[in-house]
Design a protein around this ligand. Structure first.
Ligand code: FE2
Length: 434
């Protein structure tokens, strides 16, 4: 007998009436009306089963520290970095681990089962690195945590930063990070990109740089990153995170840049919740949105993921690990309200980041890992619209979290006793087929 059978699901690609059979932690079969039986059966009642949410960009060492030791008064990236610098000397490994484990619980409850987290390697004690390596092991049974060695204070700007970053990689951190726009000069920024890409090529690692997180249209480190990705044959293994300067760049220059990124196999990771709040802070009106050019990148064939980046930390006071909230903000900021575009926003928090992270066995095909989420929605667009309840979160064929359906009891004369926001339950047409 198999472990788990899901009956009558809709998949993100629009296939309906699908059963999913799970056995030994893998998906054994995906087909209509599977004849086998299982130890546990869940009737999806025509609702959406999606592979788990994936966050391509997060900071788990700073999460849940909001207000410590004070809040970010200006709301800028640079004050956030300064504030994090004030907080760092007071951190303990135990406190970082405790907060990270709480955040991972939140993530699991929201069906978020894979996170790429940057970890600050500036502190020569590597306190945060050791803490998150420990967390990576502890959460492994239920959440894939991929770590990026991130020299928050600059690779060349901060003495000893390169040595600390290399030690973090020696300890088992997965990906090479950087922050070229925070180096002292554009030239130093470009040099840091070269050093980091060479290092990644030598060690066979992926690269994910905080890149051009600024409103300065002349911040063009993404061009340098694409150049080195191409030079070193790192296609498909390199991501530029944030890329907010692209919002402000001259469009003629961008018409050259995006094909370079495509040719170099560089992915883009936008962080809509954070950049809509951090960017444009020096502007009068009109204020720039400060998110990278998402639809144009996707149209050119550049993979684009949306990351959460921050939850309750020196840069952002809100958030709950809900990647549907992230997708919704990305959709709004990029004005991606077209039918295909809305589905692309769902992919930006599921399949696209899964491929950027290189997750093994991700998806809903036979042989994939039996990891998925049953959402209270009929399709990905409705899931985004409702931030749909995660009715069941499944990892390796086992239900690891459940939520109640979203309802409000009503007490109105002549009206139904409860509100249900799903379109189909109100006799309305579905929001969108793929
Ligand atoms: Fe970040």
């Amino acid at each position: 007998m198999a472990d788990l059978l899901i009956r009558d699901a809709v998949l993100p690609d629009g296939r309906a009436g699908v059963d999913i059979l799970c056995d030994g932690g893998r998906i054994a079969e995906v087909a209509p009306r599977i004849g086998a039986s299982a130890a546990r059966t869940i009737d999806a009642q025509g609702m959406l089963v999606s592979p788990p949410f994936v966050d391509a960009h997060f900071h788990m060492d700073s999460t849940l520290t909001y207000g410590m030791p004070r809040v970010n008064a200006s709301g800028t990236l640079l004050e956030g970095i300064a504030l994090w610098g004030e907080l760092k000397p007071t951190l303990t490994q135990e406190a970082i681990v405790d907060r990270a484990l709480v955040y991972c619980d939140w993530a699991v409850g929201k069906g978020l089962l894979a996170i790429r987290s940057h970890v600050d390697t500036s502190d020569p004690r590597l306190l945060a690195v050791e803490a998150l390596l420990q967390v990576r092991e502890r959460v492994k049974p239920y959440l894939d945590l991929q770590l990026v060695a991130f020299p928050q204070d600059g690779l060349l700007r901060s003495p000893g930063a390169l040595a600390s970053l290399k030690r973090a990689l020696d300890l088992g951190v997965d990906v090479v990070g950087g922050i070229p726009h925070f180096e002292r000069t554009m030239a130093d920024g470009a040099e840091s990109v070269r050093i980091l890409c060479d290092l990644a090529a030598d060690r066979g690692l992926r690269v994910d740089l905080h890149c051009d997180e600024t409103d300065d249209p002349m911040s063009r480190h993404i061009e340098t990153l694409s150049y080195h990705a191409q030079r070193l044959g790192l296609q498909g293994r390199v991501a530029g995170s944030h890329l907010t300067s692209m919002h402000s760049m001259d469009s003629y220059y961008v018409s050259k840049l995006i094909p370079l990124m495509r040719e170099a196999g560089v992915a883009a990771i936008a962080n809509p919740l954070i950049n809509i709040t951090l960017q444009g802070r020096h502007d009068g009106y009109p204020k720039r949105r400060g998110m990278t050019r998402v639809p144009e990148l996707i149209a050119a064939g550049v993979p684009v993921a949306f990351g959460h980046d921050c939850v309750m930390d020196p840069w952002y006071p809100l958030g709950s690990g809900d990647m549907l909230e992230v997708a919704s903000m990305g959709l709004h900021v990029a004005q991606m309200t077209g039918r295909d575009a809305m589905h692309q926003c769902f992919a930006a928090v599921t399949s696209t980041p899964a491929s950027i992270l290189g997750l093994e066995g991700y998806g809903l095909a036979q042989g994939c890992r039996a990891d998925f989420v049953l959402l209270e929605a009929r399709d990905p667009v409705e899931a985004i619209r409702l931030r749909a309840a995660r009715l069941a979160v499944v990892r390796a064929g086992r239900v690891i979290a459940t939520s109640a359906p979203s309802r409000a009891a009503l007490d109105l004369p002549g009206r139904p006793p409860a509100v249900d926001w799903m379109a189909s339950r109100n006799g309305l047409a579905p929001t969108a087929a793929p």
